[in-house]
Design a protein around this ligand. Structure first.
Ligand code: ADP
Ligand code: ZN
Ligand code: ZN
Length: 739
């Protein structure tokens, strides 16, 4: 009997294509399998989404090959992909594309068989010390190589010995020729994290931690918990223990972290607990490295996957638990199609595969709290480990506080200055948060008020030094620093709004003997730069670490006794419904870095809005109070979680075409809503707060209402929205921002 497969291609297409399955491939071509197919004179990789016996109406071509013995995408993941495509209105092809490492879409298919490498290994019988003296004599390098191989468990890749450990090819060859080691071509799986330090887990859990672990163990498959634990309460140890229990039951685990470069400590704790059972999925991995990690997980040779957003698709075999650390972080939302939220995908995947879900945060999202208790059990860790108090937080009102003179344009209060001086004098470390990178926020003409803006985006250009230029943080447009005003030719231009580069310069002047480090997007562009900076802080080689929100995340440095927030207001007035929530979370997170050691700590927050509820609640460590008040703010006007939201964004290069199209889309949606009697409201169309990015104008339409009805609209509209030439229509369900 002839069989046929429905194949999805990794393209923005909702359609699938029918192909015949040649008899020899019958066993391999199942849903989820990669197949090599001919299309328009080319060969390409597709994924089988269904198999059946009914011949399609038109004649079809045959599948050329199926490279994997087992389907690349296991059942649960394929179902998860279908859910994503339906829920977010994303083409199934693009959704599947996001599921597999890029290398696996390559028709050359270099990863299926694995790469082979020269591996040097010792025979099982090792030489005694006397035999060594005889064998090596004065050949010290060969002897050292022999010992190194021994320490590495008897074998290592030749490349590793040469590139990382500094043995020359000649020494390696000589050892092999003497017959003391042998060389073979073997499949060698690279693990760039093999050398990161492993932190052992705490030996005994606290009573509160143990209670949380018990509650997680008691969850039925597919159920979830929200672990709300103050900063420093030991959430990680709870995750580790829950993961360990899953492994003991013979099941695997996924641990999601917001950004893996910023959380090296979580990785080293996982490695400390589970060693080589951990596969680290890092954005800095090469395509080959990523495919290696993927294969290890798929074959069940590694059972714990840790990584950022996309690690939710890790092909962990027999998945037992998914942990989402810092579940409130907006980096869990994918910025392009499929616009999935990894936390919400985690909930679906856990349900489909009978795994338990653990969401953790000191400052849970309103969305997750709204799922308590119907879908999530709330578990609390109300106290820090060792009964250490949360650090006192003082708000400094920059409108009235005495400032240190001579640091303009930096507003640097005497109080924060004295605190830094005192910390330095005691040999302690301080973190200084300024959530604005670059040298200055913008350049302005003092005579006519002209602000230098990006020619492609409706946003001011940021001043950068070294090299001196104006740069756009949205499209990376750069231009030389101007010396005269383009509007009135005034010869002086002034910088406004201080950024991290300038803060670094001013602090270096103010504290000339302190060892400074800066961490922001500009200092962390290379592969291991995060680790380098954080490692230096950990080893005590840095006195003052300054940086953007990057320094607020998950770090556990006991010698940090002071956290200073240089300007708490940078994100407070953005025209976005999450600006207060973001500000609160950032302050709570960064405050949580202080006082983790026996010396305690304090937090000083400079602000011009000391009575704003995001600031007053964060100064009291009153997360519940903030969440209650924020929840009220989201009721009128209604925003999530009171309602579900879709942001329909229309972009294009012609302003008129974009606004016309946005109006047409709005009409179409209004008619649809009326005809289907959906209880939805549509706001707009209106220009987005960021009205232009990268030369494209942006208009949007916000649709609000009950989740199921929003879902109906998305399902109906997504495949029907025309994408006329030059215009893009983006459907963003559950947006994390509406800027
Ligand atoms: P959180 O993620 O909740 O902010 P961490 O997991 O970083 O907190 O834990 C804070 C500190 O407490 C870490 O240094 C951790 O090693 C330590 N710790 C956690 N649990 C225990 C325990 N049961 N006994 C001793 N120390 C612990
Ligand atoms: Zn001017
Ligand atoms: Zn720009």
């Amino acid at each position: 009997m002839s069989r046929y497969a429905q194949v999805a291609l990794p393209l923005p297409l909702a359609a699938t294509y029918s192909y015949g399955i040649p008899a020899p491939l019958h066993d391999r071509v199942a849903p989820g399998a990669r197949v090599l197919i001919p299309i328009r004179g080319r060969r390409t990789i597709g994924i089988v989404v269904a198999v059946d016996d009914t011949a399609p109406a038109v004649a079809v071509r045959e599948i050329l090959d199926a490279p994997d013995a087992e389907p690349a995408i296991p059942h649960g993941l394929l179902e998860t992909a279908r859910w994503i495509a339906g829920y977010y209105g994303a083409p199934i092809g693009l959704t599947l594309k996001a599921l597999l490492p890029a290398a696996m879409w390559d028709t050359e298919d270099r990863t299926a068989a694995g790469r082979t490498e020269r591996v040097v290994s010792l025979p099982a019988e090792r030489l005694t010390l006397l035999e060594r003296d005889a064998a090596f004599g004065r050949k010290h390098r060969q002897r050292a190589l022999y010992q190194t191989l021994e320490e590495l468990g008897g074998s290592a890749a030749a490349r590793h010995l040469r590139d990382q450990l500094g043995f020359s090819d000649a020494v390696i060859r000589a050892l092999i020729q003497s017959g003391l080691a042998r060389e073979e071509a073997a499949e060698w799986i690279r693990d760039p994290f093999a050398d990161t330090p492993a932190t052992p887990p705490p030996s005994v859990l606290t009573a509160a931690q143990q209670q949380a672990v018990n509650a997680i163990d008691a969850l039925a498959p597919g159920q979830g918990a929200l672990l709300q634990g103050v900063t420093g309460s030991g959430k990680t140890a709870v995750y580790l223990e829950a993961v360990r229990h899953a492994l003991m039951r013979g099941r695997g685990a996924i641990v999601l972290v917001p950004e893996i470069g910023l959380t090296p400590q979580t990785v080293s704790r996982l490695r400390g607990a589970f060693g080589d059972d951990v596969a680290v999925l890092h954005s800095a991995l090469s395509d080959g490295e990523r495919a290696d990690a993927w294969r290890l997980l798929r074959r069940g040779e590694r059972r714990v996957a840790v990584g950022a957003r996309s690690a939710i698709f890790a092909p962990v075999a027999n998945l037992g638990i998914i942990v989402v650390d810092e579940e409130h972080e907006s980096s869990y939302k994918n910025g392009e199609s499929p616009r999935y939220h990894a936390r919400d995908v985690a909930a679906v995947r856990a349900r489909l595969e009978g795994a338990t879900l653990v969401l953790g945060s000191a400052t849970p999202s309103l969305e997750s709290l709204a799922r308590v208790p119907s879908q999530l059990n709330l578990l609390r860790l109300p106290e820090r480990i060792g009964g250490r108090p949360l650090p006192p937080v003082e708000l400094i009102d920059l409108r009235h506080a005495p400032l240190v003179a001579g640091l303009a344009p930096l507003a640097w209060s005497e109080a924060l200055d004295a605190a830094v001086v005192a910390a330095l004098a005691r040999g302690e470390q301080a973190l200084l948060l300024l959530n604005r990178r670059g040298y200055a926020a913008f350049l302005q003409c003092p005579d006519c008020g002209e602000v230098w803006e990006c020619p492609h985006c409706s946003i001011s250009l940021t001043v950068h030094q070294a090299p001196a230029c104006l740069r756009c943080h949205y499209c990376d447009h750069q231009e030389p620093m101007p010396y005269t005003c383009r509007a009135c030719a005034s010869p002086v231009q002034v910088m406004r709004g201080i950024g991290t580069q300038q803060l670094e310069r001013l602090l270096a002047e103010r504290f000339p003997t302190a060892r400074l480090a800066r961490m922001d997007l500009d200092t962390t562009s290379t592969k291991w730069s995060h680790q380098r900076i954080l490692g230096a802080v950990e080893r005590g080689e840095v006195d003052l670490l300054l940086g953007t929100q990057m320094i607020a995340k998950g770090l556990d440095f006991p010698n940090v006794t002071l956290v200073g927030v240089v300007d708490a207001d940078t994100g407070l007035h953005l025209p976005d419904f999450r600006s207060a929530e973001r500000t609160f979370q950032l302050l709570a997170q960064v405050a949580g870095r202080a006082g983790r050691g026996p010396r305690g700590g304090r937090v000083l927050v400079q602000t011009r809005n000391p009575t704003h509820y995001a600031l007053t609640h964060s100064a009291q460590h009153d997360t519940d109070g903030f969440l209650r008040e924020e929840r009220r703010h989201r009721e009128a006007p209604a925003y999530p979680p009171s309602v579900a939201l879709v942001n329909l964004v229309v972009t294009g290069e012609s302003e008129r075409e974009v606004s016309n199209r946005a109006a047409a889309v709005a009409d179409w949606c209004e008619r649809l809503i009326a005809k289907q009697r959906l209880p939805l409201t549509a706001l707009g169309p209106a220009p987005c707060p960021l009205a232009r990015i990268k030369g494209r104008w942006r208009w949007h339409l916000l649709i609000k209402g009950p989740p199921d009805d929003v879902g109906r609209l998305v399902r109906y509209a997504a495949p029907r929205l025309q994408q006329p030439r030059g215009i893009r229509i983006i459907l963003d369900r559950d947006p994390v921002s509406v800027l």
